[in-house]
Design a protein around this ligand. Structure first.
Ligand code: SF4
Length: 208
C-alpha cells in the first residue's frame, strides 16, 4: 500500500494528520481519475465513501450501482434507502454514526459482480480508508466485501459468517450481513440485516 500512497502523493505527514476529513478529501481528489482497471471506461464517477470518518463503525459494501454512479455517493439508490430505513428503525443516524465505503469504487456495467482483478486493483483504496478511519468494528454488506475484508477467499456463505465477529485482514473485529439489495429481492432478509447491524452497534457499547 505504501507504493500506492506514494504514487498518489499522500505522504506520511498527511497519514499522521488528525484531520480525517481533510485527508479523505485529498484522497478523493487523487483517485477521481483512476484508470487502474477496466471499470474506468464505463463509470460516470469514482464513488469513494460517505458518512462520519470519526465514527467507530464502518460499513463496506460491494460497488456503486446506477444511482451511486450518478450521484457520487455509496448506498443512495433503492438498496441504500432500505439501509437508511433499517438504521433509522434502530435509532442510528447514518450521517453521524457510520462511515460507508465499497470494495470497488466504480460501477460494474449492468451492476454485474466485481471481477477478482478489479477487486485487486481497487482494494488498496479501501485499505487506505480503513487505515484513516480506524473503525472499532467493520460490517461487510454482501459477499464480495466479506471475501475481501475477512480474507475468506474460500468464499463462505453469508449465513456461515453472520451473527458473530471474526478477525478481519485489518485485525479489527468484523462481521458480515446480506447486501440490502438482496433484501429488496427477498424481504425476509431485512430482519437479519437489522439484527446484524444492531449486534455491531452493541459491540461498540460493550467495548467502552
Ligand atoms: S474500480 Fe477502483 S481501481 Fe478500478 S478504475 Fe475505479 S477506482 Fe480505479
Amino acid at each position: 500500500m505504501e507504493e500506492m500512497l506514494k504514487g498518489l502523493g499522500i505522504d506520511e505527514l498527511i497519514l499522521k494528520s488528525e484531520d480525517k476529513l481533510k485527508v479523505l478529501s485529498i484522497f478523493s481528489d487523487k483517485i477521481k481519475d483512476c484508470k487502474k482497471c477496466r471499470l474506468h471506461t464505463s463509470r460516470k464517477q469514482v464513488v469513494v465513501g460517505v458518512g462520519n470518518p470519526y465514527s467507530d463503525v464502518m460499513f463496506v459494501g460491494e460497488g456503486p450501482g446506477r444511482e451511486e454512479d450518478i450521484k457520487g455517493y455509496p448506498f443512495v439508490g433503492k438498496a441504500g434507502r432500505l439501509l437508511t430505513e433499517i438504521l433509522e428503525e434502530l435509532g442510528i443516524d447514518r450521517d453521524r454514526d457510520v462511515y460507508i465505503a465499497n470494495v470497488i469504487k466504480c460501477r460494474p456495467p449492468g451492476n454485474r459482480d466485481p471481477m477478482m482483478d478489479e477487486i485487486n486493483a481497487c482494494t488498496p483504496y479501501l485499505d487506505f480508508q480503513v487505515r484513516i478511519i480506524s473503525p472499532k468494528v467493520i460490517l461487510c454488506l454482501g459477499r464480495y466485501s466479506m471475501y475481501y475484508v475477512l480474507n475468506r477467499m474460500d468464499q463462505p456463505k453469508i449465513s456461515e459468517i453472520r451473527g458473530k465477529f471474526h478477525v478481519s485482514r485489518y485485525n479489527i473485529p468484523a462481521t458480515a450481513t446480506y447486501h440490502p439489495a438482496a433484501a429488496l429481492r427477498n424481504p425476509t432478509l431485512k430482519e437479519f440485516i437489522k439484527k446484524d447491524i444492531d449486534m455491531v452497534f452493541k459491540k461498540i457499547v460493550e467495548r467502552f
